[in-house]
Write a protein that binds this ligand. Structure first.
Ligand code: PHE
Length: 344
């Protein structure tokens, strides 16, 4: 029995020495030290031994078991260390490899222009007001002095949903809604940016959906000169300090008097070029003094309060500013177009 144990020890240690990987090592552990292994088997046979022999054999069996365990642990540590080394060698990172550039998005040119205009007016003490794009006929037309059947409704061909509901044709209904909320008490000083819809055939200068930014100021003693000063400041900030403005008489049902504003051409400075169609002036927006009917309908006393309003198309402004020749570029999502404005 003693010999058998010594043999087993030698055999096991030989195998441990020869083991190539952790799996093999574990197999050896199970084979020699496991419940069904030969050492356990030897120990089981101890019952047949005499009382003197038993402790001697017990001690020897433990010794053998310990020797094998120690060898196994040693080898395991060695193999594990080797494995880590191998992994480090195969998984080494080449830090000299150039990195992949992260693609950074940019503002859509239209968003950039709208934010520029918003910032400008926020700086002059305006707040931003918004309203629904699916609008009541009342706010889109009637409250703006355009009763049913008014010929000027034809200027804004509309998408009707029902007889009383339509896609707003301009952002002016936000004015009407905001005035109503003020319940006849000034001041009101807002700009309303947003999408609007008209039944137009799309071409280089028309789109059935486009953006507008409208402004409205109501208070006591608001005069046409306030409107003119505001628009001149806007034109200079947006198109350059040496811009001049020119107001031409026009007509809008919700303002009286109404004007259209031109700026002196920022390309040629007024001498005449393609951008200003050789006139030296570029039309930018419509404006006027809020019609007393509009004030009264929204609950303001038109003897006490006066106001001005203006409305512009950010697409047109962006087209002029960046030399864009087709309004459809804003909406067709060609990345080659948008990526040109990376630094905007
Ligand atoms: N809402 C007008 C339009 O879309 C523009 C405008 C606004 C004109 C405010 C005057 C005053 O045509």
């Amino acid at each position: 029995m003693q010999e058998r144990l010594k043999e087993l020890q030698m055999e096991a240690i030989e195998k441990v020495n020869a083991a190539q990987d952790l799996k093999e090592l574990n197999d050896i552990r199970v084979a020699y030290l496991g419940k069904k292994g030969p050492i356990t088997e030897v120990l089981r046979g101890m019952g047949k031994l005499s009382a003197e022999e038993r402790p001697i054999m017990g001690a020897l069996a433990n010794e053998v078991r310990e020797a094998i365990t120690t060898k196994l642990t040693e080898k395991q540590e060695k193999l594990e260390a080797e494995e880590v080394q191998k992994k480090l060698a195969t998984e080494s990172i080449d830090v000299t490899l150039p990195g992949r550039p992260v693609k950074v998005g940019s503002h859509h040119p239209l968003t950039a222009v709208i934010e520029e205009i918003e910032d400008l007016f926020l700086g002059m003490g305006y707040t931003i007001a918004e309203g629904p794009e699916v609008e009541k006929d009342y706010y889109n037309f009637e409250a703006l002095n355009l009763p049913k059947g008014h010929p000027a409704r034809d200027m804004q061909d509309s998408f009707y949903i029902t007889e009383e509901i339509l896609l707003r044709t301009h952002t002016s209904p936000v004015q009407a809604r905001t005035m109503e909320k003020h319940k006849g008490k000034g001041p009101v000083k807002i700009i309303c940016p947003g999408k609007v819809y008209r039944r137009d055939s799309d071409d280089a200068t028309h789109s059935h959906q486009f953006m507008q930014i409208e402004g409205l100021v109501i208070d006591e003693n608001i005069r046409m000169s306030d409107l003119k000063g505001t628009l001149a400041t806007f034109a200079k900030k947006m198109f350059g300090e040496d811009r001049e403005i020119r107001l031409r008489p026009s007509f809008f049902p919700f303002t009286e008097p109404s004007v259209e504003m031109d700026i002196s051409c920022f390309m040629c400075g007024g001498s005449g070029c393609n951008v200003c169609k050789k006139t030296g002036w570029i039309e930018i927006l419509g404006a006027g003094m809020v019609h007393p009917n509009v004030l009264e309908m929204a609950g303001f006393d038109s003897k006490k309060y006066t106001g001005f309003a203006f409305g512009m198309g950010p697409e047109r402004i962006a087209m002029l500013k960046y030399g864009i020749d087709d309004i459809r570029h804003f909406y067709t999502n060609d990345r080659r177009f948008v990526s040109q404005f990376n630094r905007v």
